[in-house]
Design a protein around this ligand. Structure first.
Ligand code: GLA
Length: 431
């Protein structure tokens, strides 16, 4: 106990000195983003709110490089995404050069990452951002790059020495589909091995479990050291695409899986319905046909209602105004990042019209009304349908219009376009 209090004291002193030294040099101390980085030794919780950032996979796929990652980090700052809470810059698959046959060390592709990962991490950190990387619990990654199986401790130490703050850990090349009783011992064991190895480095590294859902990672993800776990297969740039073998799914399909898992999410451990496709417009790596503007708004709205990790995938160096409006909406992000840490849940469903509710801090609640139909529809939902006290009066705030709005007391009634979702924050008025 005394030892850990002492450690906290020493770290606080260290941070204090750092801030003051940079202030003396005439530099502004970095503004705190989402939550401060804490040393693992303090035992403080990682990912108190769902992690937010940018990941290379949806937009770049195999084309990751030091140059593009640096430009993306710059754009995170210049576009205001960093100030809106997007903290992590994560390189997904295909950063690899190989594994050294003598030392067993992983190394990045020297052509695409000529300065090495440590230098790149330093660059990302110098922008006040955090740096993430990707590996796999099997022999190879999904892109056939070297996996971490059998090298967990070595790889975790290497990642920590580079200054990695986040590890996405995939599950390709793992062969446990027929495990006895379907209790997924192999997945649990492999993820725990890496979870423990990350903890042992002493560096606070967010551990993102990417097993895609079939082994119910929401039941064991936290126990193996994870702060988030994928609940679905890959979401591509399409609205509604049910899964066939080895195919990605659409936004709505992923939403439907995650919508029933609210009791497994909370501070320190989040359901992850996969990354945002907002702004890709079928130009990225994953394709799928593309979504329209309404559908991108809906993904952002519903991901925030579900307290999902928010990982942007589009090229943020050249976002158009619509994409900026969606990704930089601090009102909807506030719902995702609310300190109560509750995932929203479905309270109403009729004729393809749905309502979701997410309890928020400060005696507030977010309500999302959503039209699954491919034609415009009118939704009418009473406070009883929405599981709200019919006697309470609420102030109602529209998070996309950024304005207070009126609704008749005790009922919500509005027109929704095809696939549209409208989101409101209700604050109970003093009686
Ligand atoms: C899997 C993951 C994706 C991405 C790719 C990389 O499909 O689910 O998110 O990381 O691998 O190869």
């Amino acid at each position: 106990m005394i030892k850990s209090i002492w450690k906290v004291f020493v770290w606080s002193l260290y941070v204090f000195v750092l801030v003051h030294v940079s202030a003396c040099k005439g530099k502004q101390p970095e503004k705190i983003i989402t939550e401060p980085i804490v040393p693992a030794s303090t035992g403080q919780m990682l990912a108190k709110t769902p992690p937010m950032g940018w990941n290379s996979w949806n937009g770049l796929g195999e084309k990751v490089s030091e140059k593009l990652i640096k430009e993306t980090a710059d754009a995170m700052v210049s576009t205001g995404l960093k100030d809106a809470g997007f903290a992590y810059v994560i390189i997904d698959d295909f950063w690899h050069g190989g594994r050294d046959s003598v030392t067993g060390q992983l190394f990045p592709d020297p052509k695409r990452f000529p300065s090495g990962m440590k230098a790149l991490a330093d660059y990302v950190h110098s922008k006040g951002l955090r740096f993430g990387i990707y590996s796999d619990a099997g022999t190879k990654t999904c892109g056939h790059q070297p996996g971490s199986l059998g090298h967990e401790e070595k790889d975790a130490k290497l990642f920590a020495s580079w200054g990695i703050d986040y590890l996405k850990y995939d599950y390709c090349y793992c062969t446990d589909y027929d495990s006895e009783n379907n209790d997924y011992k192999m997945a649990i064991e492999r993820y725990k091995k890496m979870g423990d190895a990350l903890k042992a480095t002493g560096r606070p590294i967010i551990f993102s479990i990417c097993e895609w859902g079939p082994r119910s990672p929401w039941l064991w993800g936290k126990d193996v050291g994870g702060q988030l776990w994928r609940t679905s297969y890959d979401v591509n740039d399409s609205w509604d695409k049910p899964r066939n073998d080895n195919s990605p799914i659409g936004i709505q399909t992923s939403l439907d899986v995650d919508a029933n898992l609210e009791r497994f999410a909370g501070p320190g451990g989040w359901n992850d319905p996969d990354m945002l496709v907002v702004g890709l417009k079928n130009n990225g790596n994953i394709k799928g046909g593309g979504c329209n503007e309404i559908e991108y708004h809906t993904q952002m709205s519903m991901w925030c209602m579900l307290a999902a990790p928010l990982m942007i995938g589009c090229d943020i160096r050249g976002m158009d105004e619509t994409t900026k409006t969606i990704l930089l909406n601090k009102d909807i992000i506030g719902i995702d990042q609310d300190s109560l840490g509750k995932q929203g849940f479905r309270v109403f469903r009729k004729d393809g019209l749905e309502a979701f509710k997410k309890p928020l801090s400060g005696n507030r609640v977010a309500i999302a009304l959503f039209n699954r139909n491919s034609t415009p529809k009118k939704i009418t939902a009473t406070y009883k349908d929405l599981e709200l006290d019919p006697k309470t009066k609420f102030k109602i705030y529209d998070v996309w219009k950024h304005a207070a709005v009126n609704q008749a007391e005790g009922i919500f009634s509005l027109e929704l376009n095809a696939h549209e979702c409208q989101v409101f924050i209700l604050s109970a008025m003093e009686k």
